[in-house]
Design a protein around this ligand. Structure first.
Ligand SMILES: Cc1ncc(COP(=O)(O)O)c(C=O)c1O
Length: 465
């Protein structure tokens, strides 16, 4: 694994906070396998620390700043084995090597490909990261434009804006299961918006798309394709969508496709690559802190260079051209992304993908065998299950719940040990919740399909492998 080299007279220890290493994480040198603190009994959800800003002279009787921070780090470390409900990869050891960078304010405002008059940026790293993704999504270096965003949401806002600028009268189409940032974009840009139905698995309903495209035939289409929906991990089929546009008589100049691949953008290419700029798509975005992992929220947005002129504005103040959404942009994030990509490489990522898919299947099979309603989509690491009855349990495992469903996202840091501990806890609690038969597990047939529902009514259709 590479490490940054510094000038001789620079001492990293001088800027590394004394003793603030997270006690819960012990790096063992293997990027994907961070050893975790063994926690015998479930730790309680964290409480508000009631932190206040205090004047330096008034702290005589209270804890020191380091003490408050240590307490905070300790609290987070204890909860790390229970972080299974949201898509963040916390397996990285960047913090040790990259912490010295925190002494600089690194700001990448403006265009990543243009230098401005300030040296404190990391655009060199940013372009390296963008080139890597351009290769992955099959677009030549001189044909693309992109930038490191603040996250998937900003990527969606940007991609849809590029589409809107190219096709100002276009209608935005997105499925019911697409991320809420897509509807937010429609609202911000005051675009006409068509919500397309989804299957029980969460995938776009292509016949509904077709009906809506035909109904709006006079107007261009801007389509948000979700490559891995937020809750169910369903993948909209880009090729079917392109065929549907063709069948409805939309020519290339009458549609724009934005691919929201927030989580699956680094999974799909290693299984069945459908994301490619060789196809008539306009933009692709992912979240950098999701599958790859980064301590701060960030993302990558790539579009065609020929499309970006519509958005670019010369800004004299920053001596640059700007086509991004934000003004100041985090200059640390590209370095963290570059470090992860260079350390893992395609082979490391491929290994992560395989391990996550295997672990997701393991979780699904074990829950299914135990009679719990559960669904796992193809190409997905999101295991959707019946909503646990008890809020305390939901909080303990930091689960996201929608209607009667919850999900576990089997990210690279989620080990079998953590999954076993979750399964055992769930099965024990279920015995208590449903012991006298007065209350029964929820029916989730409408949300995940009768064949995946183990409620008392649908048990008969429930398929145990
Ligand atoms: C499909 C999808 N798109 C976009 C986003 C937003 O990403 P971010 O949280 O990085 O803004 C998410 C987040 O979960 C997502 O699942």
């Amino acid at each position: 694994m590479g490490s940054l080299s510094f000038e001789k007279d620079f001492e990293p220890s001088a800027v590394t906070p004394r003793g603030l290493a997270p006690p819960g994480l012990i790096a063992n040198g293997d990027f994907g396998e961070m050893k975790r603190l063994k926690v015998a009994t479930p730790t309680a959800p964290r409480k508000n620390l009631n932190v206040a800003v205090t004047e330096p002279g008034s702290r005589n009787n209270g804890p020191s700043l380091d003490c408050i921070l240590m307490n905070y780090i300790d609290t987070l470390s204890q909860r790390i084995n229970y972080h299974i409900g949201y898509p963040v990869n916390i397996c990285y050891e960047h913090y040790a090597s990259l912490a010295p960078l925190l002494q600089f304010h690194l700001n990448n405002c403006g265009d990543p490909f243009l230098q401005n008059t300030v040296d404190f940026h990391s655009k060199d790293f940013e372009v390296a990261v963008l080139n890597w993704f351009a290769d992955l999504w099959e677009i030549e270096k001189d044909q693309y434009w992109g930038y490191v965003t603040n996250g998937g949401t900003e990527g969606n806002l940007h991609g849809i804006l590029v589409g809107r600028e190219l096709l100002p009268t276009g209608i935005l189409y997105a499925s019911k299961d697409s991320h809420y940032s897509v509807a937010k974009a429609a609202m911000m840009y005051r675009m006409d918006f068509e919500m397309v139905n989804t299957s029980v698995h969460g995938e776009m309903d292509y016949s509904d798309l077709k009906a809506k495209l035909l109904q709006n035939k006079g107007k261009p289409a801007i389509i948000n394709v979700t490559i891995g929906t937020t809750f169910k991990g369903a993948v909209d089929d880009l090729d079917i969508i392109l065929q549907t546009l063709k069948d409805c008589g939309y020519t290339y100049d009458q549609f724009y496709i934005h691919c929201d691949a927030a989580l699956n953008g680094l999974i799909i290419p290693f299984i069945k690559n459908m994301i490619s700029f060789k196809k008539p798509i306009g933009s692709v975005t992912i979240s950098g802190h999701k599958f790859l992992g980064c301590p701060m929220p960030c993302g990558i947005q790539i579009t065609r260079k020929s499309y970006i002129n519509n958005l670019s504005r010369k800004v004299e103040y920053i001596a640059s051209v700007d086509a991004t959404i934000s003004g100041s942009r985090n200059g640390l994030a590209p370095i963290f992304l570059w470090y992860s990509l260079s350390s893992k490489g395609q082979i490391g990522l491929q290994k992560d993908v395989k391990r996550c898919l295997d672990n997701a299947k393991y979780l699904k099979d074990r829950l299914q065998q135990a009679g719990v309603s559960v669904m796992l989509n193809e190409l997905s690491i999101i295991v959707v299950l019946e909503r646990p009855r008890d809020h305390e349990f939901v909080r303990r495992w930091q689960l996201s719940c929608v209607r009667d469903m919850a999900h576990v996202i089997v990210m690279p840091g989620i080990t079998r040990e953590i999954l076993d501990s979750f399964i055992n806890d769930l099965l024990q609690q279920r015995k208590k919740w449903y012991k006298d038969g007065n209350v029964t597990p929820p029916c989730v047939a409408e949300d995940i399909g009768a064949q995946n529902c183990a409620c008392s009514y649908h048990k008969i259709d429930f398929i145990i492998p």
